[in-house]
Design a protein around this ligand. Structure first.
Ligand code: IPM
Ligand code: MG
Length: 359
């Protein structure tokens, strides 16, 4: 039976990088019996321009009816002055919350071919393989009340709410422990339990859930220290689990360890393994339309989709190997280019991955 994927290119470089991922899916359909149908929809600023909403009803319906969603990126200067309720980012956040994609997996893997492209010393990052498990539908991103209010003295006050229920912490804890079970069985929970009650509870629930996973070595780290440790000695980590906002910040930090944020895919899953797959980078409007963006994070997101939502570990590995082949051919987009490499554009990199698949 064929599976249905919704493709949401979004804004900025979104359409260029997603086009490469679609080429990969087309190739898998034609040559490797992957049986997926793709439909395209609008999200983000481009959706706002056309429909007045960053997440049109039609897109949400398509996404709900699909087996998986492939997303490019949203946002751009053009929409920065819009009311926060209709900004492109709301389209993405709306998808995450409407589809209940509470578990965000963000692997940070250093390809040996790129060890010298990292801004950190090679021996600090070589062999790096971290999985960040970020809670994605709760915390301060979604907590109520929120807003900007005017006080009696006419001064404005902005406020957000950092809030987690035990059940929300429990379900992300289980994903993190299960993830660690398939890896090196070490889990570091990142919080700010010395200052914030919300994460005091987070820590207590992590400890409680850990009793069900006696094989896992659970540790705890305050988020400020975790940020420091990520750049000081990142290889100490196997799986990290953390709140929505801490995970947003730490995953960008971890991305740079791997040479470029242009390399990192992500999966956002609900409780039934339905998922949305997207590169962790943004829409990079300053390079949009110039055939410069690195499509590998999006292509690697397709690999994650194959693995987690389409049930094909075999094709997932094929795609990952094809990416490695392109890197082994010294092909590099601008973000991972160093002297002596062969510079290619977005299209060129996509073509190289497809060629490697077909070889
Ligand atoms: C991410 C992004 C998003 C986030 C933005 C675009 C809303 O930074 O996926 O990491 O903050 O979650
Ligand atoms: Mg982010």
């Amino acid at each position: 039976m064929s599976k249905k994927i919704v493709v949401l290119a979004g804004d900025g470089i979104g359409s260029e990088i997603v086009a490469q991922a679609v080429k990969v899916l087309d190739c898998l359909n034609q040559d490797f019996d992957l049986n997926v149908e793709m439909e395209h929809g609008l999200v983000g600023g481009s959706a706002y321009d056309e429909t007045g909403s960053p997440l049109p009803e039609a897109t949400l319906t398509l996404a709900k009816e699909s087996d998986a969603v492939l997303l490019g990126a949203v946002g751009g200067y053009k929409w920065e002055s819009l009311d926060i309720a209709v900004r492109p980012e709301k389209g993405l956040l709306g998808l995450r919350s409407e589809l209940e994609l509470f578990a965000n997996l963000r692997p940070a893997i250093l390809y040996p071919q790129l060890a010298h492209a990292s801004t950190l010393k090679e021996d600090v990052v070589s062999g790096l393989d971290i999985m960040i498990v970020r809670e994605l539908t709760g915390g301060i991103y979604f907590g109520q009340p929120r807003g900007i209010r005017t006080l009696d003295n006419n001064e404005k006050q902005g406020f957000n709410t950092f809030i987690y229920k035990e059940s929300e912490i429990e379900r992300i804890a289980h994903v993190a422990f299960e993830t660690a079970m398939k890896r090196d069985k070490r889990l570091c929970s990142v919080d700010k339990a010395n200052v914030l009650e919300c994460t005091e509870l987070w820590r207590a629930v992590m400890i409680r859930v850990s009793k069900e996973y006696p094989e896992i070595e659970l540790s705890h780290m305050y988020v400020d220290n975790a940020a420091m440790q990520l750049v000081r000695a990142p290889k100490q980590f196997d799986v990290m689990v953390t709140t929505n906002m801490f995970g947003d910040i730490l995953s960008d930090c971890a991305a740079m360890l791997t040479g470029s944020i242009g390399m990192l895919p992500s999966a956002s899953m609900d409780k039934n393994q339905k998922g949305m797959y997207e590169p962790i980078h943004g829409s990079a409007p300053y390079i949009a339309g110039q055939d410069m963006a690195n499509p590998l994070a999006t292509i690697l997101s397709v690999a994650m989709m194959l693995r987690y939502s389409l049930g094909s570990e075999e094709l997932a590995v094929k795609v990952e190997k094809a990416v490695e082949t392109a890197l082994n051919q010294n092909l590099r987009t601008a973000d991972i280019y160093t002297d002596g490499d062969i510079k290619v554009g977005t299209e060129g990199m996509g073509d190289a991955v497809v060629a490697a698949l077909k070889a």
